[in-house]
Design a protein around this ligand. Structure first.
Ligand SMILES: Cc1cc2nc3c(=O)[nH]c(=O)nc-3n(C[C@H](O)[C@H](O)[C@H](O)COP(=O)(O)OP(=O)(O)OC[C@H]3O[C@@H](n4cnc5c(N)ncnc54)[C@H](O)[C@@H]3O)c2cc1C
Length: 496
């Protein structure tokens, strides 16, 4: 039975929401979680992730504290390095072109390790990401991109851990419960209306935490805010993040914040379905483009595939692909690098062609000008500085010379058959624009005043990400700001 009242209502059941629920519960508050999706589709984008989480650590001892079951053998064969708070700050500043709100970044970075340890204390497990974030050099794995751990069991494992922790802590989750609007007067938010089991109902409460994701699954809002063409993007994750949480808050005077015309979007299989498929998870992504080249329908390269490590370019290259004629591109590799391709290249649902000559390959690329494609590959091959050694673990400076679109690192000639090509389109992950919050997680109104009783966390918070995003930060920001919002909501909502 859905209660008529409680202390804290959390909207959404993704990572941000569930962290908020756990934190609010620590204050003794009675917490109810409303999830719009049916149980078998619940967990939002969180469930679609690989569970990769970016956090600042000073070295092996920090990792051992988070992952006590790290074996002696793993430690012996791995260079985990460090990812310091300063590096995390630098990455956030660099990829967001210094736009990210410094107060929010301060919280994100400085609380990243403590928040993961808090989750660990609640039974969550983490493991090193060997497959995607470390390459073997001289028989030792070396982590290269500041992204070293993932939740055990990936996104599905993380959601399962959240559900277990919620049950253990007396937090009730109601599925197919869609929050519709906030009950609000001059003193702040007092509850909300929702549709549950086909009926519109009301819950009264002392605090609401909105953690209902962005508006990436709403083609009308995408076109309205991201711009023309974004209606044509495929959605990588849940179909339920249509901007409800943002709209509910704006309707009562909340202040919008952040990069409303920006989003996280990646290269995603050209024939992937309209929304994410939980059976495939993030497998439709194609993130090994730094080892090859991408060409568009005109048969031309259009972006520096090796501008930076994948973790710092993948989230903005989806938009670049969307701007190409027909909104697609082909990624091309030769035999020298196919062993480096990520596991997502080996899934069954992949749009792939192979060929033994470049002429044959160019002819097999659907919807591409074959003559120009061949010329592009030949010009690219001639421009590669083969005198510089290739090293996937560092920005190796092995580049092209004299091309209108350079490749700055990892430029390998494409000349050893068999050749492989993969067709990608733009897959949107989540939107960057959202609500303005205080450092306590309170939603702020358009006059700059916190709205009593209203808190927010996760994708629907604006001000953190602009233009781009360092991989693995979505889950970390959801956890940090979910915990902050839940703490504030629980503290303020607890009956005295
Ligand atoms: C394929 C894919 C791979 C990714 N990989 C990673 C990764 O490895 N690492 C990383 O850090 N990030 C990754 N991300 C990004 C990450 O998923 C998000 O940043 C993060 O999960 C957002 O958490 P959230 O809790 O804010 O939103 P979500 O997890 O999306 O949760 C929002 C919830 O709100 C619910 N909801 C919506 N409207 C309502 C309503 N009206 N009433 C009630 N409930 C509602 C939704 O059903 C959903 O469950 C990935 C995303 C995708 C799609």
């Amino acid at each position: 039975m859905l209660p008529e009242q409680c202390d804290v209502v959390v909207v959404g059941a993704g990572n941000a929401a569930m962290c908020a629920a756990l934190a609010a519960r620590e204050h003794g508050a009675e917490v109810v979680v409303l999830e719009r999706a049916p149980e078998d589709e619940a967990g939002g984008n969180t469930r679609f992730t690989a569970g990769a989480i970016r956090f600042a650590y000073d070295g092996l001892e920090d990792l051992r504290a988070l992952m006590p079951d790290l074996s002696a053998d793993e430690i012996a064969r791995t260079d985990f390095g460090a990812y310091t708070e300063d590096q995390f700050f630098d990455d956030m500043a660099r990829v967001t072109e210094n736009r990210a709100d410094p107060d929010l970044v301060e919280l994100l970075v400085r609380r990243s390790k403590a928040t993961l340890m808090w989750l660990r204390g609640k039974g969550f497990r983490f493991v090193p990401i060997y497959g995607r974030q470390a390459f073997k050099v001289n028989n030792r794995f070396k982590f290269w991109g500041g992204l070293t751990v993932e939740a055990w069991g990936g996104g599905p494992g993380l959601v399962e851990a959240h559900c277990k922790a919620a049950a253990a802590n007396g937090i009730r989750i109601f599925y197919e419960a869609r929050a519709l609007s906030l009950l609000h007067d001059d003193d702040g938010v007092k509850g909300l209306t929702l549709r549950y089991q086909g009926k519109t109902q009301t819950i009264h409460c002392r605090a609401v935490v909105l953690a209902a994701g962005g508006f990436e699954s709403n083609p009308e809002w995408r076109t309205r805010y991201l711009g023309p063409g974004w209606d044509l993007a495929k959605v990588r994750g849940t179909r339920f993040n249509t901007g409800d949480g943002i709209r509910m808050a704006l309707d009562i005077g909340a202040s919008p914040r952040g990069n409303w015309s920006g989003c996280h979007a990646v290269g995603w299989d050209r024939n992937a379905p309209e929304f994410g498929d939980l059976a495939v998870g993030d497998g439709f992504q194609k993130h090994s483009y730094p080892w090859g080249i991408m060409i568009n329908a005109n048969g031309e390269r259009f972006v520096d595939e090796g501008a930076d490590f994948r973790n710092y370019t993948y989230a903005k290259y989806g938009a670049v692909i969307l701007r190409q004629p027909g909104q697609f591109a082909w990624q091309i590799f030769d035999k020298k690098v196919t062993h480096l391709l990520r596991d997502e290249y080996r899934i069954r649902q992949v749009t792939k062609v192979t060929a033994n000559t470049l002429v044959e390959l160019a002819g097999k690329l659907d919807d591409v000008n074959p003559k120009r494609a061949l010329e592009t590959i030949e010009q690219y091959n001639a421009a590669v500085r083969t005198d510089i050694p290739f090293d996937p673990n560092v920005k190796d400076g092995r580049r092209t010379e004299g091309l209108p679109v350079p490749k700055s690192n990892w430029a390998n000639t494409i000349d050893q058959p068999p050749f492989e090509a993969y067709a990608v389109s733009c897959g949107i992950t989540f939107t960057f624009g959202g609500l303005r919050i205080t450092t306590e997680g309170q939603v702020v109104d358009t006059d700059g005043r916190p709205i009593p009783g209203l808190y927010a966390a996760g994708e629907l918070v604006g001000g953190l990400f602009y233009f781009n995003y360092p991989g693995g930060t979505g889950l970390m920001s959801g956890a940090v700001f979910g915990r902050i919002a839940g703490n504030s909501a629980g503290r303020n909502a607890k009956p005295v």
